[in-house]
Design a protein around this ligand. Structure first.
Ligand code: FMN
Length: 259
């Protein structure tokens, strides 16, 4: 009887022990599951940068903010070269003539040609806009500007920049926009490309011009940033067509399948 009682006690103890172990195992499993869930959730949760678009940068150079009196549109239309023929004031100016120069007028306001395209890309991708701006402003007079732009290129000048990208490491995709100046990029783009190490990032060029398009600029960018992935299928827009090109711009972004 005593022996049977002992055996019963042992059995109860073993069951209790096993139950306790079972509980412990279950708790561990719950913790495991919990950790797995947390890991899975963080895996599935889109990176916060995907949500606010911080990882896309839309950097561009456009003439107006880099021009003396570029914010005074009356002064701009009274400037030399093509602007001289436009009118006394911005209001009275011929809009087609303006669109052919460095201003695009849309429902969204008055912007530079490249700036207009950059704005649409940023809006569509949720990217962040960045205007590349030089310390020395370019002359308002178009003929003088044309001469100066040519001289800068011949002398391989690097204009000093006053705008700088903070935390370039946050951006994986960089749309890079510029006007064609003398079948090339404005020299400010060389300053920009030499300022940052864009290794491992995707650079997507876009350009506005009278007719020259991207010319050799894509290969130049690739040479300057050899460790970046420079997309060859950049966007080329003729300056007078910019104002009606919003759909073309968003279709092009879609076609890249990047963002
Ligand atoms: C200094 C300078 C040089 C230019 N050189 C060319 C050129 O070689 N080929 C061309 O098609 N357009 C040329 N253009 C025209 C610009 O590419 C065009 O007006 C562009 O849309 C301007 O863009 P933005 O308004 O954003 O600055 C030149 C313009 C300037 C001011």
């Amino acid at each position: 009887m005593k022996k049977r009682w002992c055996t019963l006690c042992k059995t109860v103890l073993i069951i209790c022990f096993l139950t306790a172990c079972g509980d412990e195992a279950e708790t561990e499993q719950t913790i495991d599951k919990g950790q797995q869930r947390v890991e899975k959730e963080s895996e599935q949760r889109p990176d916060i940068t995907d949500l606010n678009g911080d990882e896309v940068l839309v950097a561009y150079f456009t003439r107006l903010p880099n021009t003396e009196s570029g914010d005074n549109l009356d002064a701009v239309v009274q400037g030399g070269g093509p602007y001289g023929a436009i009118g006394e004031s911005f209001e009275s100016a011929d809009m087609d003539a303006i669109s052919s120069a460095s201003i695009t007028v849309t429902d969204e306001g008055v912007k530079g040609n490249v700036e207009t395209v950059a704005g649409w890309i940023a809006e569509y991708t949720g990217g962040e806009l960045f205007s590349i701006e030089t310390l020395e402003k370019y002359p308002l007079d178009y003929d003088t500007l044309i001469n100066q732009g040519g001289e800068e290129q011949q002398n391989n000048v690097r204009p000093q920049l006053v705008t700088h990208v903070e935390n370039i490491e946050n951006y994986n995709v960089i749309y890079l926009g510029y006007p064609n100046w003398y079948h090339d990029m404005p020299m400010a783009l060389y300053s920009f490309l030499e300022e940052y190490d864009l290794s491992g990032k995707t650079i997507i060029p876009f350009v506005t011009s009278a007719s020259s398009g991207l010319a050799n600029t894509v290969s130049t960018i690739a040479e300057m940033q050899p460790e970046a992935d420079v997309i060859e299928d950049g966007l080329e827009l003729v300056m007078g067509d910019v104002k009606n090109s919003k759909e073309e711009v968003t279709n092009w972004v879609d076609s890249l399948g990047i963002q």
